[in-house]
Design a protein around this ligand. Structure first.
Ligand code: MLT
Length: 259
């Protein structure tokens, strides 16, 4: 399925594809889309069942989400792109480069990890599905926001809190449950990291408690030649907690990519 998406920038410029985290949508990339559209062809998509992209047939798997990104690249006539994924978007990006390395010009892994869920993680996913079905997305958002930003930032409605809350509250609950199932069943790609030959940037908020900096440091050590940027005063959605610093790191990485 070709996912719903937003495109900006010149058709002839190098392409950057943004993949959002869970349970958000493509609007989470607004600051980066706006900043980079002058120099790049920027594309942000909604994963199946989140944002405006329909759920598709069950079961949902990371594999189908990868297929959707490739279908979108094909439909847009893009041979190779820089793929930038945050958290769940990073799970998709890592699987995409594993299956289709020839389509990836640069890889950006933000606030994500290569390891699969462990036993406790899977039990937690099942609990999240039950919770969403019982109480809906508003309650889920209220519970998840402090983990994304920290209590204090949610209380004072810090940068990014409002937009992420709205994205979570408007996500189709069953689409969110599909995504939880897909994340719970994803492959452990840790062993694949040393095989990545594409220039890679890893970005993480120093206060990220969902995919903490230790996960990013482990990926950095495993991916040959990768660059790691740890952002001060940033939680899990580091591109919104520190939009300027995140964009500056991304911009510098893109500028240094071979033509
Ligand atoms: C995300 O932001 O995509 C999720 O928190 C990732 C996860 O739950 O593993």
């Amino acid at each position: 399925m070709i996912p719903e998406h937003t495109i900006a920038g010149s058709k002839d410029a190098a392409a950057v594809v943004f993949i959002h985290g869970f349970p958000f949508n493509r609007t989470m990339w607004a600051p980066q889309m706006e900043a980079l559209a002058a120099s790049h062809r920027v594309i942000a998509l909604d994963l199946r069942g989140q944002g405006q992209t329909p759920r598709g047939l069950a079961p949902q798997m990371i594999e189908f989400l990868v297929d959707d990104v490739i279908e979108l690249l094909d439909a847009l006539g893009i041979e190779r792109a820089t793929i930038c994924g945050l958290s769940m978007g990073g799970y998709v990006a890592l699987r995409l480069i594993d299956r289709h390395p020839e389509r990836v010009h640069g890889l950006v892994l933000a606030d994500t990890r290569a390891a699969a869920d462990d036993n406790a993680g899977r039990v937690k996913r099942a609990g999240a599905i039950r919770g969403i079905r019982a109480d809906g997305m508003q309650a889920f958002a209220a519970k998840m926001l402090p983990a994304l930003f920290g209590e204090a930032k949610v209380a004072r409605d810090a940068s990014g809190v409002g937009t992420i809350r709205e994205q979570m509250e408007t996500t189709d609950p069953e689409g969110a449950c599909d995504a939880l199932g897909a994340m719970a069943c994803r492959l452990d790609l840790t062993e694949r990291l040393p095989h990545i030959e594409t220039p890679t940037l890893i970005v993480v908020g120093k206060d990220d408690t969902i995919t903490p900096p230790a996960d990013s440091r482990a990926m950095h050590e495993a991916i040959p030649g990768s660059k790691l940027v740890e952002l001060d005063d940033a939680g899990h959605v580091s591109n919104l907690c520190q939009p300027e610093a995140f964009t500056a790191a991304l911009d510098a990485f893109l500028e240094a990519l071979p033509a």
